[in-house]
Design a protein around this ligand. Structure first.
Ligand code: SF4
Length: 338
């Protein structure tokens, strides 16, 4: 699904971030005798994210979406395949270039309580890295930038917050600090991994709005990882949704197109599980009769399409041949029936 343009020997990619046949396997111990087994958390995933795009990656827990996020950030090495940043394989960059990439690719983790050191004031969460990456010339400029960042994420007046310890903040305020820290080094790409799942519903909307606004104002590219299709739709309303199932991306395209007309049976099943207030849309969105509600274990490799054990539309080929992502209209779908 990628197109390369080569100018002067350099690959000019149309994407800011790209995964090419990206695979990650982990060794796990199984059963009473702790025998070793391999699971494939991410299985030859290929997709691209354009500069400034806001994408939501959706799937049930354990489907590999967080592993994919960590691979894209260069936090873990792939077992095979490539991650390209502006057309260059991040694992072939020089040490200096890799450090620059890591500044440009930040994470907003799920749990702000783990992300902030409880013994350090917020100034210590922000100022040192602004200085380390030479975003400010000196300490007073860095402090001024830290105040501006706190204001930007809605912690106002920032002078009241900068010398507080995290223990004096609510969960929502802590998550705002974590977001301020992620954007403090002016990254081009942010992975927000279940960044709102620990917050209550009203705060969730505020934080999603804020990340959306930051993405638009700072032209930051966002990948939001979530198990909640409603959250994905809200965040990526002008962007794209990618649906992941057992290590594969099965559908990716513009958010409203996918929500209004899902093509992959798994996307249909996910959507059918969401309650909708509009009875007309509810009638149109018929539930699909899955053969099983259980997600199969990754410990036993599944041949063909991994959804065939649950898919009510499975045909003979589905058990034998793995469907590739194919362009269908405006989007990519991995299903033999599309
Ligand atoms: Fe269902 Fe076959 Fe499509 Fe997989 S490839 S989603 S099993 S119809």
């Amino acid at each position: 699904m990628w197109k390369d343009r080569v100018i002067g020997g350099e690959i000019i990619s149309e994407y800011l971030m790209e995964a090419r046949k990206l695979t990650k396997e982990f060794e796990v111990s199984v059963g009473m005798f702790k025998s070793r087994a391999k699971i494939r958390a991410v299985d030859e995933v290929s997709f691209g994210i354009k500069e400034g795009e806001q994408i939501a990656l959706v799937g049930e827990s354990g489907c590999g979406k967080s592993t994919l996020g960590r691979l894209l950030l260069g936090l873990i090495k792939p077992s095979s395949g490539q991650i390209l940043y502006k057309g260059r394989n991040i694992w072939r960059l020089s040490r200096k270039e890799f450090e620059e990439f890591r500044r440009n690719a930040q994470i907003i983790p799920q749990n702000p309580y783990d992300a902030l050191n409880p013994t350090k004031k917020l100034s210590a969460a922000l100022i040192p890295q602004i200085l380390r990456h030479k975003i400010a010339k000196g300490r007073s400029e860095a402090r001024k930038m830290a105040l501006d960042l706190l204001e930007m994420v809605g912690l106002s007046p920032p002078e009241d917050f900068i010398d507080r310890y995290p223990s004096r903040l609510s969960g929502g305020q802590m998550q705002r600090v974590v977001i301020a820290r992620a954007i403090s080094v002016k990254p081009q790409f942010i992975v927000a991994d279940e960044a709102v799942s620990m917050l209550d519903a009203s705060l969730r909307v505020e934080i999603l709005d804020m990340m959306h606004k930051i993405g638009e104002e700072l032209k930051t590219t966002f990948l939001l990882i979530t198990h909640d299709l409603g959250v994905a739709r809200y965040f990526a309303k002008n962007g794209k949704i990618a649906i992941m199932y057992l290590g594969d991306i099965v559908e990716i395209g513009e958010t409203e197109e996918i929500i209004r007309n899902p093509l992959h049976p798994y996307t249909k099943a996910l959507l059918a599980a969401i309650p909708v207030p509009d009875p007309k849309i509810a009638r149109e969105r018929k539930s699909i009769p899955l053969k099983s509600i259980d997600v199969p274990s990754l410990l036993k490799p599944i041949s063909g399409c991994k959804f065939h054990t649950r898919c009510p539309y499975a045909i003979e080929d589905c058990e034998k041949i793995k469907p590739e992502l194919r362009l269908v209209g405006n989007r990519w779908v991995a299903c033999h029936l599309t």
